[in-house]
Design a binder for this molecule. Structure first.
Ligand code: FE2
Length: 307
């Protein structure tokens, strides 16, 4: 990371007092800063509990994106109507860099995070600017970039019949697709243009339609907006084989050789946000990837999504 990049990312807004009031009064300036930095950390404000975090999100004043409506693969629990646990995966599981829900056709524009309990060890939220990743990747692997841009990508995920909190990918097909039974699930899959296969153990292997892997923002910046790194590195559990989780849009596999430059570049550009109790972060989901480092001890980081 160059010094210039490091000093700008993430943007840090040190303050005090009520964050809800601050966000309501400074919405425009906050959004400008967010567009510049890609992620903002609000530190030193008075955010004692999830209710105060919920109020801060309300103060920001944009519509929510609910977990129930999303096609997220993570198991989560609502804490307040707008606030839920970030991912219930076990502490030793690393959640690799991703844009929230970019492996589905429906994703939030921004994410708020709130640290209620800071972990003893580890547990940072890695943040990585996706436009910087794409710039470097276009230099180092122009053929790969041209291919994902021309063909798009597809994701395949096996969802259990019931929530499996032991996996970062453990959300059941019933919950993911808001379906009571197979007929309902299939209706939703048709609506989403997914293809699928029922497996003997009651789980569902679903493949997305072709999704774009690069996004052009309104101001012309281009970002590596996809779930390739997380899917390739992290979609491993008793049901999922990462080597089968991503393909180019034409169905041909995306290999370790294809992914290695993107992974190395993203690692080099990653900033680890080490949480302090009461911290709130705001992440532009189209500009910045996030993840979760493994941790020891208790950690409670809550999330709220903006549509
Ligand atoms: Fe996430």
């Amino acid at each position: 990371m160059t010094e210039r990049e490091q000093s700008e990312f993430p943007g840090i807004i040190a303050g005090g007092g009520d964050l809800a009031a601050f966000l309501a009064a400074n919405k425009q300036a906050v959004d400008l800063a967010l567009g510049d930095a890609g992620a903002l950390l609000f530190r030193g404000f008075d955010v004692p509990d999830p209710q105060a975090f919920d109020a801060a999100v309300e103060g920001y004043g944009e519509g929510g994106f609910t977990y129930e409506d999303s096609l997220s693969n993570a198991v989560r629990t609502n804490v307040t109507p707008r606030v839920f646990t970030a991912n219930e995966a076990p502490p030793t599981t690393e959640i690799f860099l991703h844009h929230e829900m970019a492996q589905t056709p429906i994703y939030p524009a921004k994410l708020f995070f709130y640290c209620e309990i800071a972990p003893d060890k580890g547990g940072a939220t890695p943040l990585c600017r996706s436009d910087w990743v794409l710039d470097r990747l276009s230099e180092q692997a122009p053929e790969f970039v041209a291919r994902i841009e021309a063909n798009g990508v597809r994701y395949t995920n096996v969802m259990p019949g019931d929530d499996d909190a032991a996996s970062g990918q453990g959300r059941s097909w019933r919950s993911t697709l808001s379906a009571a039974d197979r007929v309902g699930a299939e209706a939703r899959l048709v609506e989403l243009s997914y293809s699928w296969e029922w497996l003997n153990d009651g789980s569902l292997r679903a493949t997305t339609p072709v999704l774009p892997a690069i996004r052009t923002l309104p101001d012309g910046r281009r970002t590596f907006f996809n779930q390739l790194i997380a899917a390739f590195r992290g979609w491993a559990d008793s049901r999922n084989d990462p080597n089968r989780s991503i393909t180019f849009g034409d169905g041909s596999p995306i290999t370790q050789g294809d992914m290695a430059p993107a992974i190395a570049i993203a690692n080099a550009l990653t900033y680890d946000l080490e949480w302090q109790v009461g911290d709130v972060a705001l992440v532009d989901n189209f500009l910045t990837m996030h993840g979760r480092r493994p941790f020891e001890g208790k950690r409670r980081v809550l999330a709220s999504l903006i549509a």
